[in-house]
Ligand binder design. Structure first.
Ligand code: KG4
Ligand code: ZN
Length: 395
């Protein structure tokens, strides 16, 4: 922690560190806040649209998978979004290796934090609160971020907010498109999750409507890419190859499309692609990679967008947010745009860099949570690898 300017910060009680479930800020310390930051009156600047220049200055730390992300936001204004990825170290294994990810977070954490403060042009002592992904994610990886957040919060005497990774994927859209309408619908699609969420209030009430019952959408991309001899992660190369192929060349299955639920299933699709490719190879025929990629991609995008639009209709919701790494997919974006337009739904998709895991999303949710006056977490805040989406903020 030698990089943290201590300035006027109060002396810390090292003997208590990490042992007590104590509320921030310490009650007897002379700190910037004697109550949760939301008690501070917020400036009355009119919100026109998009980001605003005022609001709480929040540091966000994300380490749930292979990205060490540190973001700094002021209200809904993004000041810094620094990310170090350990993806290169996992690529040869064809998937993220948890222990490798944890070690990489440890090495990257301080440089990424320093980079974010330098980029934002603020000092650690300037921030109002620290937000961190408490779950869901890889247990060891989460622990590195949570420990770093606790260290910063404790040393700086600032409140800490342990937040839900999935809710952060939704909240990040506010940095680009302004306040989230209440309620909104969220489709989160990444390597680890595929969920449809009804979001009455991203700071406190998120209702899961459906999720994948087997592989996540991104996982299916990664596995199909392997079948096609493409590198990991598989989303980008499949997306590129699909541009040269015909989406209707092969009719791959669309599981659970008409089952009346908002759940997904992609394991059967992945197997169908593998069997189709094997059959061509066994017959000694060339595999039309671009057609396979385009047809697979069409099946994924078709199911995701149909179910998302159906959920909006059923719940009378007029705004759909799409997030997660697969939201970078060009066909998903195009099909969602077309189907939302015909259904009268406003579509909000953050730019690709904000869709994949990053610290800005955690800072964005943290700033919303602070502004909503939610109580901070305690120092006993655990990393919870299977944190349910209904728990936006961990006490
Ligand atoms: O959100 P993310 O960065 O990490 C988590 O899994 O939480 O998402 C990574 C996933 C990978 O499975 C990757 O293949 C997929 O997002 N992905 C894509 C594209 N870019 C990344 N999938 C389809 N099309 C893309 N362009
Ligand atoms: Zn994610």
């Amino acid at each position: 922690m030698t990089t943290v300017p201590r300035g006027d910060d109060p002396p810390v009680e090292h003997s208590n560190f990490a042992l007590e479930a104590k509320q921030f800020p310490p009650r007897n310390a002379k700190l910037e806040y004697s109550s949760p930051p939301a008690a501070r009156p917020m400036a009355k600047t009119a919100i026109v649209s998009g980001a605003r220049a005022d609001g709480p200055l929040v540091l966000g730390i994300e380490t749930s998978c292979d990205e060490t992300g540190v973001g700094i936001v002021r209200g809904r204004e993004l000041l810094a979004d620094e990310v170090a990825s350990s993806m290169d170290q996992h690529a040869r294994f064809g998937g993220v290796v948890p222990e490798v990810a944890s070690r990489a977070h440890l090495e990257a954490m301080v440089p990424v934090l320093e980079g974010a403060f330098a980029k934002a042009g603020v000092r650690p002592s300037d921030i109002d609160a620290v937000a961190v992904t408490a779950g869901p994610g890889l247990a060891g990886a989460l622990m590195v971020g949570v420990a770093a957040a606790k260290a910063y919060a404790y040393a700086l005497g600032k409140p800490i907010y342990g937040v839900n990774h999935l809710a952060a994927h939704v909240a990040v859209d506010q940095l680009e498109h302004g306040p989230l309408p209440a309620p909104c619908m969220a489709l989160l699609v990444s390597g680890g999750h595929s969920s449809l969420l009804l979001v009455p209030d991203v700071t406190g009430e998120v209702r899961p409507l459906g999720a994948t019952i087997d592989d996540a959408a991104g996982e299916a991309y990664d596995k199909v890419a392997r079948v096609l001899g493409m590198p990991f992660p598989g989303g980008p190369p499949i997306d590129r190859a699909a541009r040269e192929g015909a989406p209707d060349a092969i009719r791959f299955p669309r599981a659970k499309l008409h089952d009346g639920t908002f759940d997904f299933s992609f394991a059967g699709l992945k197997t169908a692609v593998a069997r189709w490719v094997e059959a061509r190879q066994d017959a000694g025929e060339p595999v039309p990679v671009a057609d396979v990629a385009a047809s697979f991609q069409e099946a994924v995008a078709d199911v995701l967008t149909r179910k998302a639009v159906a959920a909006c209709r059923e719940y009378g919701v007029t705004d759909l947010v799409i997030g997660g790494g697969v939201a970078a997919n060009s066909r998903l974006r195009a099909l969602a745009a077309a189907r939302c337009e015909s259904a009268g739904i406003r579509l909000r998709v953050p730019r690709p860099g904000l869709c994949t895991d990053n610290g800005a999303m955690v800072a964005a949710l943290g700033a919303s949570v602070v502004a909503a006056g939610r109580p901070p977490s305690t120092l006993a805040l655990p990393a919870d690898s299977s944190l349910p989406i209904t728990e936006v903020l961990v006490p």
